[in-house]
Design a binder for this molecule. Sequence first.
Ligand SMILES: [Ca+2]
Ligand SMILES: [Zn+2]
Length: 273
Amino acid sequence: MLFRVFILLASALLAQAHDGPGCGTAPPSPEFLAVGRQLAERENIARHDNRISRVRRTIEVDVYLHTVATSKDKLVSVGTFLGMDASQMSVLHRQFAVLLKSYLPYGITFHLKGTTETINDKWSLDKDEMGMKRALRRRLPHPQHLLRRGPPRRPRGSEDFYRDGCSVLSSTVPGGSMADFRLGKTSVHETGHWFGLIHTFEGGCVGDNDLVDDTPAQASASAGCPKGRDSCPLKPGLDPIHNYMDYSSDECYSEFTSGQIDRIHSFWDKYRK
Ligand SMILES: [Ca+2]
Ligand SMILES: [Zn+2]
């Protein structure tokens, strides 16, 4: 449990600043792709040698959940919106439960270590990303490295150190206001990136796409739940519309592939363990 992921639940107002759903994670950098190729090669060798089962161990992640809103009533309103009183599970915990449930079949567990609530207009409107993340990032008892967009290793105190987490709009939490994305699965998608996964539609029908062998190539992101979609007819397999790393609706999302879980583990071993 060396690493902690933090999840920011921005004010519902933030949703209006964006044109509908879409992931804010930047496309993979050449350095990130190079690392992915390296890991893919290693995984293939391990699979060939029948060592992959040893690669897979339980991954345990400590999590801090932070809620940011423009006003106290906005913080409260998300909870009341769900019709829950104080004795019931909070929105944060429900959001967290979705993460837990989605990753549990793959031997990945999350430990909720703390939650915070902050009223801050600027932060809620995404006007001071680094200020917010510097303030909210929780300290670890020992040095760590991380991989995000840039070169693989970034020291504590660097911008990438503070960016190393996931953010989702409050409209995407369970019971949120964003149509098709109100079951909390956005957090599963975003943590997928945090674990080193790339969109399944990355690179389209050519090349090595998401650098995972068992996710069929996709020409573009799916929308909704287009059963039978085959956007790369010359490549094997139908589009992985149920995969968490596509853009399908929350109801459609249901799986990571075996290859993606192998990647999560090898990425974890290399950078986060
Ligand atoms: Ca693939
Ligand atoms: Zn994404």
